[in-house]
Design a protein around this ligand. Structure first.
Ligand SMILES: Nc1nc2c(c(=O)[nH]1)N[C@H]1C(S)=C(S)[C@@H](COP(=O)(O)OP(=O)(O)OC[C@H]3O[C@@H](n4cnc5c(=O)[nH]c(N)nc54)[C@H](O)[C@@H]3O)O[C@H]1N2
Ligand SMILES: Nc1nc2c(c(=O)[nH]1)N[C@H]1C(S)=C(S)[C@@H](COP(=O)(O)OP(=O)(O)OC[C@H]3O[C@@H](n4cnc5c(=O)[nH]c(N)nc54)[C@H](O)[C@@H]3O)O[C@H]1N2
Ligand SMILES: [Mo]
Length: 794
């Protein structure tokens, strides 16, 4: 009772109070049979020199609103606000005191995408066989609209046919009971709430499987592994307020304008305060160059953009280890010099003395010559020195990074090099300083927090055993890459996907697609149709769920859920919109439905009660993880949420290897893991400004000047000439791999671009077939999607 009172509090009391709930009755729900959109796009490719944000941003939102036939202005104003819902796009923190419109271009698109009036209903599926749908683009598939009914795959007609929820759960349960738990995978994509994620991880473990990979395996796993050893915290140490106090910002391989645009507000504030912003990125990304705030009438009318980066260094893809070595070398040698001259020290020797490994690290930096640093990074000593001087002068510095750092063979070592640089001047555990990995999905970090992990040491197995009286599996489960390897060896019997588009997001997509059907069971829990749903196990279900923006009514009334952002801040989220179909179930209810069907009854786990009242699940989380979630329900009411404590942020490095912060020497200067050769290029697979991962909102990569197409190959003009190619010519890429398998991607347009010689750029997910499953970060298994060795074939 206490709990449901709390829950009501969360839903209806101060200060989480949402506006009175106004939802459309189900009778207003109009199923529509969409037609496949015609690819009549005008192709235009020309350099873009405008800012991020600005009118283009509003136009882009308006285009998606018109495509989706919705403009839910009220919903947008509830986005990321106390009492409202937390954006389903990225994990950038939501401030306690939000702007009037606390959403960005891509957050608005994500909302519109979920609230579309289009429906992929049974009529749609009756009209299209899966074989036919496999020829559709990612964009066209999702444009079919929101899924409306639970569907079962019917082999005979090669179609999805509607079924009852009970039938689906019974069949899934029956199948799971015949399979070997250790051969069943429970994937999660990073959106589902903390409550659902906790239940999902518990279902997997009670079933006997630790195979709980999630999208962070393809993403910031290099961070979790890298930071842990260096500073003891698997997550970033920076919170939003640190940006108000910092004296310098360093950006490595993160594209703020497209992938975390609300961050542009904080960056703009920093730039205006005169904080130097130093960027290392092979491409000149618009959001890191200049920004016009669409929420400022003055800036919009005058077009006055704020310059963002004060230094912009276009390093070679995979060159971060070399750059970071150069930065550290410059600082260490400047400190040597200062000592000789009796000048103030450049390094924080007091702090360094409390760390391990400084001696060997300093020796490594001193002994590495500038020639090799310049060759591996593609930057000059002078450029690196200029950046190092900014760092040396800043009392407090933050290093922001993203996929440009993590998705390489030595991605983990690059993360550790970022820590090395921070440690040199004691820039961890002080206000205004620290490491800021920018996470992807809106709850990807949170899913790991509450047990979605294949690593047994990261879940409180003994506590779970005591709480629920079962024997959790103790051996390591499979991560994403290992699941792919298992599929290729026909060792996986079943796959359950809690969101996401596994087949399209993983490396070696076509090879995995070819073997996917060997599985006995595949279940996809999703909001929209995607390519991953077009490949089916012998028993296969496609289960439609609510989006977080929608009202989640359960036995005790409308429910609140929670998510964790990139800075470990936990927020409540309340959906109000009428569900896209009366048949949708919440993700929590779907997990419970499968659990009840697959597992023997357990008096300590009342799945129905939990689904009836998510506050009860939060109580369970508080017991399982008291160090972070004590008084979870009460604390969730705080406006702006609450932070999970982070020891490294408090300068407590006891969880790092050896109990101290560590300087760690990298094993090489190039992060690529392959030898350079004159005809081998480093391919970066990129996101456009008009997509969220495999969800393609449209064909406008405005900031890169690309319109109407995605089959482009960004290439340096000198390389075009060297290879004897012409602009616009169609070429193929072929992977250079030792396994002897042919991986080719045809039909890319040669597009001259400001990109370092020897590097190429092309879009993800289209190019995922070029990435061998075995080409991943050595320690984290994060696919090395930013340096794929390829040849260009005319
Ligand atoms: N709108 C939108 N938002 C998103 C997403 C989305 O797809 N769309 N995806 C979400 C997810 S899951 C994630 S993980 C994040 C991803 O967000 P980001 O971390 O920004 O990932 P990417 O866009 O893949 O690549 C980032 C940048 O790395 C640069 N880069 C490539 N190679 C290198 C290199 O070797 N060194 C350096 N220094 N830079 C390099 C690229 O030029 C690019 O600018 O965004 C999240 N937010
Ligand atoms: N080459 C290359 N490959 C990459 C990357 C890269 O940079 N380059 N990036 C990697 C990264 S960082 C990531 S995170 C992965 C992304 O991998 P995933 O997370 O698996 O893929 P998404 O494209 O985010 O999943 C989109 C689908 O999720 C479903 N969905 C959306 N919202 C919801 C929801 O609320 N609930 C449920 N149940 N389903 C929902 C929809 O059906 C939608 O089609 O891709 C990785 N792959
Ligand atoms: Mo990600």
């Amino acid at each position: 009772m206490v709990c449901s009172a709390l829950r009501r509090d969360l839903g209806g009391g101060e200060p989480l109070a949402p506006r009175p709930v106004v939802t459309k009755p189900f009778s207003d729900w109009e199923p529509r049979v969409p037609t496949k959109p015609k690819p009549s796009r005008r192709v235009r490719i020309k350099p873009y020199d405008g800012p991020a944000g600005g009118w283009g941003s509003l136009k882009s939102i308006a285009r998606v609103a018109s495509d989706e036939e919705v403009l839910p202005a009220g919903e947008l104003l509830r986005q990321n606000k106390t009492g409202g819902f937390m954006c389903v796009s990225c994990a950038w923190p939501k401030p306690a005191k939000p702007h009037l419109a606390e959403f960005c271009e891509n957050g608005a698109k994500a909302t519109l995408w979920d609230l579309t009036r289009r429906r992929a209903d049974p009529e749609f599926f009756a009209a299209h066989r899966l074989a036919e749908l496999r020829d559709w683009s990612d964009y066209d598939l999702e444009q079919a609209g929101r899924l409306t009914h639970p569907m079962r795959y019917d082999v005979a007609s090669d179609r999805y046919v509607p079924c009852a929820w009970d039938e689906a759960f019974a069949a899934i349960g029956a199948s799971l009971r015949t399979l070997e738990p250790k051969k069943v995978v429970f994937y999660a994509s990073g959106r589902a709430s903390l409550e659902t994620s906790y239940m999902y991880a518990l279902l997997a473990r009670m079933y006997g499987s630790q195979n709980l990979p999630d999208s962070s395996n393809m993403c910031h796993e290099s961070t979790s592994v890298g930071l842990k050893k260096s500073i003891g915290s698997p997550v970033g140490t920076v919170v939003l307020e640190d940006f108000e106090q910092t004296d310098a910002l360093f950006f490595f391989g993160q594209n703020v304008g497209s992938n975390s645009p609300r961050f542009l507000h904080d960056l703009q504030a920093c730039a205006r305060r005169g904080v130097p912003i130093v960027t290392f990125n092979p491409l000149r990304e618009a959001g890191l160059e200049k920004f016009v705030n669409p929420q400022s009438p003055f800036q919009m009318l005058t077009g006055k953009a704020t310059p963002i980066s004060s230094q912009y260094h276009q390093l070679k893809a995979g060159g971060d280890l070399a750059v970071l070595t150069g930065l550290c070398k410059h600082l260490i040698e400047a400190d040597d010099q200062a000592r000789l001259n009796g000048a103030p020290p450049v390094l924080d020797h007091g702090f360094i003395a409390a760390c391990d490994g400084y001696g060997p690290f300093a020796t490594f930096c001193r002994q590495t010559g500038w020639k090799s640093i310049e060759a591996e990074s593609g930057l000059s000593q002078a450029d690196i020195a200029a950046a190092a001087e900014v760092y040396a002068k800043a009392e407090r510095a933050i290093i922001v990074y993203g996929m440009g750092v993590t998705q390489h063979h030595l991605g983990v070592e690059a993360v550790r090099m970022i820590c090395n640089l921070l440690l040199l001047r004691g820039n961890v555990g002080r206000p205004g300083s620290g490491a800021c990995p920018v996470r992807g999905h809106s709850n990807v970090q949170g899913q790991r927090t509450v047990g979605i992990t294949e690593k047994p040491e990261l879940a409180p197995l003994d506590v779970l055993r005591a709480m629920y009286g079962f024997e959790p599996p103790r051996e390591k489960g499979l991560n994403t890459v290992e699941v792919c390897e298992g599929l290729l060896k026909n060792e996986i019997q079943g796959f359950i996907g809690l969101g996401g588009n596994f087949l399209r997001a993983v490396p070696d997509g076509p090879r995995i697609e070819a073997v996917w059907g060997q599985q006995a069971l595949t279940v996809q829990i999703a909001t929209k149709l995607n390519r991953g749903h077009l490949f089916c196990g012998k028993v296969a279900y496609l289960l439609p769920c609510l989006s977080r923006i929608e009202r989640d009514d359960q036995a005790t009334g409308p429910q609140t859920v929670s998510v964790e952002d990139s800075t470990s801040c936990i927020h409540a989220s309340v959906g109000e919109r009428a569900p896209a179909s009366p048949l949708l179930m919440s993700e929590a209810a779907i997990v419970a439905g499968m659990a009840k069907a697959a597992l023997p009854p357990n008096p300590k786990v009342d799945w129905d009660a939990w689904v009836g009242d998510y506050a009860l699940v939060r109580d369970e989380i508080a017991v399982a993880y008291p160090q972070w979630f004590k008084d979870f329900n009460a604390r969730l009411r705080q406006p702006g949420g609450f932070h999970r404590p982070n020891k490294a942020r408090m300068r407590d490095f006891s969880d790092a290897e050896g109990g101290k912060a560590n300087f760690i020497v990298p094993s090489a200067l190039s992060a690529t893991g392959f030898e350079d050769a004159h005809d081998v290029f480093r391919l970066m697979t990129l996101r456009s400004n008009d997509q969220f991962n495999t969800t393609v909102y449209g064909y406008e990569d405005r900031f890169r000047g690309v319109s109407g197409v995605r089959d482009v190959l960004f290439i340096n003009p000198a390389d075009i000439e060297r290879l004897g190619l012409a602009e616009g010519q169609r070429v193929s890429l072929a992977t250079v791999a030792a396994d002897g398998l042919e991986r080719r991607h045809d039909g890319l347009r040669v597009t001259p671009y400001d990109i370092p010689a020897g590097c190429l750029g092309a879009y993800y997910p289209e190019c995922n077939g070029l990435i061998p499953v075995g080409h991943h970060a050595r320690e984290s298994h994060t696919p090395a999607a930013k340096t794929v060795p390829v040849r260009v074939i005319a």
